[in-house]
Design a protein around this ligand. Structure first.
Ligand code: PMP
Ligand code: GLN
Length: 387
């Protein structure tokens, strides 16, 4: 039989995260590839999920999400960002940010539309855009003085009459860039000038370092009404397996996204929604500690990788450090990461798979630092064998 997969999905094989985590298990390597913490979220929040199951919250929750979580999300947006969203009609709970992104793209993009994303980009963007029959137009982030950023002229030139939306991920995976007020103002200006919808992926909103604060694009003048703001509990509370995310947007945008979402999954898991509502209300001090701890882990991994011979770029947010592998005599990150278990007993992610122009990222490799200190130290000891 010829390939039964629809042609628009044929360019997508197994995700790099699945490939590299399987490689880590198969070879017994330390996994600094897929970004998931090796410690649990706040204990009282975990208990709340158990309690929700025990007390019978086990049938379909309402399609838009349980009211407690929609209310808690709205309170959180107001407290942190001064943004007002009505929990009834402007907040939609999804199965992780991944479903929120897919449903938003499927709901808002016609076949043939173009969607701008900054490369390297999170892998699900390209697949969601392809499912919609739309095209991804990649604008490259390049290191300038040690920080990945875009060229405003390139971004402006990427907008065409077919451009429907721009996907903005800040704090940005996999580069660790947190867009500045100036960068966001440029994006916001372009969205208004060219009548684009902004779909923002803010799953690392709380994980920023060195006093850098995340600024949601929706807080910029004129942007709330054209922004689909997406976040998730996975990274904020170290529960990446819970797959509980949400969309905040004006009613007509939420209605569009919900129309698609209801036929993907109808609703998201009930017990976890109740637990995340508790987390958003009661556990933000725990999140502040997580952030401080991660900053130390970032520094620990960065100095270890530098000592091992990598050129290291300092991230202002997320779980990830980008390294340039050329000082070690390597040029192809995909080749290196496939051999890294055998060379050093460590797994990492080749950044080039997140590009439409892989040659622009072939010398970068991403390492995750959301791991116990002793795991980071052992990985560094092993990586020193490369030199
Ligand atoms: N966007 C980015 C940038 C991510 O790194 C991730 C992984 N946490 C997601 C979306 C997916 O989030 P979730 O697990 O909530 O679906
Ligand atoms: N967001 C995580 C990362 O970038 C994992 C995502 C996944 O496994 N799909 O590593």
């Amino acid at each position: 039989m010829s390939d039964p997969l629809v042609s628009r999905m044929r360019q997508f094989g197994t995700t790099i995260f699945a490939e590299m985590s399987a490689l880590a298990v198969r070879t017994g390597s330390i996994n600094l590839g897929q970004g998931f913490p090796d410690t649990d979220g706040p204990p009282a929040m975990l208990d709340r999920a158990v309690q929700a199951i025990r007390s019978g919250a086990n049938q379909y929750p309402p399609g838009p999400g349980v009211p407690e979580l929609r209310q808690a999300v709205a309170e959180h947006r107001l407290r942190h960002y001064g943004l007002t969203y009505d929990p009834d009609g402007e907040v939609l709970v999804t199965v992780g940010a991944t479903e929120a992104i897919a449903a938003s793209v499927l709901a808002l993009c016609e076949a043939g539309d173009e969607v701008i994303a900054f490369e390297p980009y999170y892998d699900s963007y390209a697949a969601s855009i392809a499912l919609a029959g739309a095209s991804l137009v990649a604008v490259t982030l390049r290191p300038v003085e040690g920080r990945f950023t875009f060229d405003p002229d390139e971004l402006r030139a990427a907008v065409t009459p077919r451009t429907r939306a721009i996907l903005v991920n800040s704090p940005h995976n996999p580069t660790g860039t947190v867009f500045t007020a100036e960068e966001l103002a440029f994006i916001a200006g372009l969205c208004q000038e060219r009548d684009l919808v902004a779909i923002t992926d803010e799953v690392y909103e709380h994980l920023t370092f060195d006093g850098v604060e995340h600024i949601p694009l929706a807080t910029l003048p004129g942007m709330r009404e054209r922004t689909v703001m997406i976040a998730s509990a996975g990274k904020t509370f170290s529960v990446t397996g819970w797959k509980t995310g949400w969309v905040c947007a004006p009613p007509e945008l939420v209605r569009a996204v919900q129309t698609v979402k209801q036929f993907l999954t109808f609703t998201a898991n009930g017990p976890w929604q109740l637990a995340v509502a508790y987390g958003l209300r009661e556990e933000l001090a725990w999140v502040a500690d997580l952030r401080a701890g991660l900053e130390g882990k970032r520094d620990r991994l960065m100095s270890g990788l530098a000592a091992a011979g990598f050129d290291v770029l300092k991230p202002a947010g997320t779980y990830f450090v980008q390294t340039d592998i050329r000082p070690l005599g390597f040029t192809d990150g995909l080749e290196l990461t496939r051999r890294l278990p055998e060379l050093a007993g460590v797994v990492a992610i080749p950044t080039q798979v997140f590009y439409d122009h892989p040659e622009r990222g072939s010398h970068f490799v991403r390492f995750a630092f959301c791991k116990k200190d002793e795991v980071i130290d052992e990985a560094v000891t092993r990586l020193k064998r490369l030199g």
